[in-house]
Design a protein around this ligand. Structure first.
Ligand code: SF4
Ligand code: SF4
Length: 393
């Protein structure tokens, strides 16, 4: 964690966007290497480097839920070639089992095969203080954060039901071990408050760099239930906010409408204005995908509402906010959603074939963690309607 010297600013505002049409290792590695050179270089010689891919839950690479294992392989190759002394790799999904190895995604195996160290993010933990935090001033994170001299975020470009978009900055939420993440949703139920926490976390961690896997991203109801979308790009930058702004422009989100971007811009740590970003290769507007399927923006009336309105009014407003519905035909009754739900709004009822998920909408805070974690896309987020399904009450 450094921002290259532990000062307040990233090394520069360059985002190198390069075309890369497949997950073949050699072209991917060359694209990453060129992009790093164009983005101003990456200093890792004799350093311990932590690579943080995105694993919402462990799943096959072709589902585009996780950072692709060949993307990780290319990143390890490059970081090693640049002289890294030791490479750590890990992530902590919301329901991380003991000794999680990211088997289905191939990320754990790739890390080990490439001579990097796969890290269990739950052991040990470390405390990171950020006294200037606007929303959170202390975070419990994986101990790997303190071991690393350089932290590199490896996000997958995806939509996100709660935050609209997830990229380099949101990816760092996975540094918080497993179930320690849920309480943040309960404590900070609105989008703006949650975004403020993500920005506090990024300011506290001071990640040095990001490589974004946008070879195949996810559109529609991401980050776990959307659809793979060929984008054909890799992005490199020392400025995580600048990278996220560029990615939003590519998929057609107005960058300042994304809560994390807006909050980060307001703090002036990474950028004061998106006009400061330099694009030494492809420009985001040259790679724009106007038909990319995005999460529709919620009309809040006021971006300050999450902070200023009394809790009971926010609670009332939740009635009109899209909510999770379980499709009983798809649900396999695994119970993952009931375990991830920090507000205890979900439960399994009945026995045998009658077993089903029940949602108490009075307790539901619309964090959409259940939707994110469901392994079979059985949870849909939509506006409230009278439902006759026993799964939704
Ligand atoms: S809705 Fe999804 S996560 Fe919940 S029990 Fe059914 S399959 Fe599992
Ligand atoms: S039911 Fe789903 S959306 Fe509602 S609080 Fe629980 S996890 Fe969040």
């Amino acid at each position: 964690m450094s921002f290259l010297g532990n000062t307040s600013k990233p090394a520069n505002n360059r985002v190198a966007i390069l075309q890369c049409g497949s997950y073949a290792l050699e072209p991917l590695y060359q694209a990453l290497k060129t992009s790093v050179a164009l983005a101003g270089g990456l200093e890792v010689r004799d350093k311990t480097v932590l690579l943080k891919p995105n694993i919402v839950f462990d799943s096959a690479p072709e589902k585009a839920i996780t950072t692709h294992p060949v993307f990780l392989e290319a990143a390890i190759l490059l970081v090693r070639e640049l002289g890294a002394k030791r490479i750590l790799v890990g992530d902590s999904p919301g329901l991380q089992p003991h000794n999680f190895t990211a088997k289905l995604s191939g990320l754990g195996e790739t890390a080990v095969r490439m001579g990097a160290q796969w890290v269990d993010f739950t052991q040990p933990k470390a405390e990171i203080a950020y006294p200037q935090g606007k929303t959170i001033r202390q975070f419990t994170v994986t101990g790997a954060v303190k071991e690393a001299d350089v932290i590199i975020s490896l996000p997958k470009l995806k939509t996100h039901q709660l935050m609209y978009f997830t990229g380099a900055m949101k990816n760092l939420f996975g540094l918080i071990p497993s179930m320690l993440k849920s309480p943040y949703h309960v404590r900070l139920p609105g989008r703006e408050a949650f975004a403020s926490m993500i920005v506090d976390l990024n300011a506290a961690i001071k990640a040095d760099y990001a490589f974004m896997d946008a070879v195949v991203g996810m559109e529609g109801p991401g980050p776990g239930s959307g659809f793979p979308r060929k984008i054909g790009l890799v992005l490199s930058s020392a400025n995580l906010l600048a990278m996220d702004v560029a990615a939003c422009e590519i998929v057609g989100y107005p960058p300042k409408e994304i809560p994390v971007n807006r909050e980060a811009l307001s703090r002036g740590i990474w950028l004061n204005d998106i006009g400061e970003i330099e694009y030494p290769a492809v420009k985001p507007w040259e790679a724009a995908l106007p038909d990319f399927k995005k999460i529709p923006f919620k009309k809040t009336g006021s971006q300050l509402a999450d902070f200023l309105l009394p809790r009971f009014i926010l609670k009332f407003c939740e009635r009109f906010t899209p909510r999770p519905f379980v499709n009983p035909a798809l649900c396999i009754r695994c119970g993952d959603c009931t375990r991830i739900c920090g507000s205890k709004a979900m439960s399994l009822a009945g026995e045998g074939k009658e077993k089903h998920v029940v949602i108490n909408y009075r307790s539901c805070i619309r964090c959409y963690c259940c939707h994110e974690i469901c392994p079979v896309k059985a949870i849909e987020i939509k506006k409230a309607r009278k439902s006759t399904s026993p799964a939704n009450s």
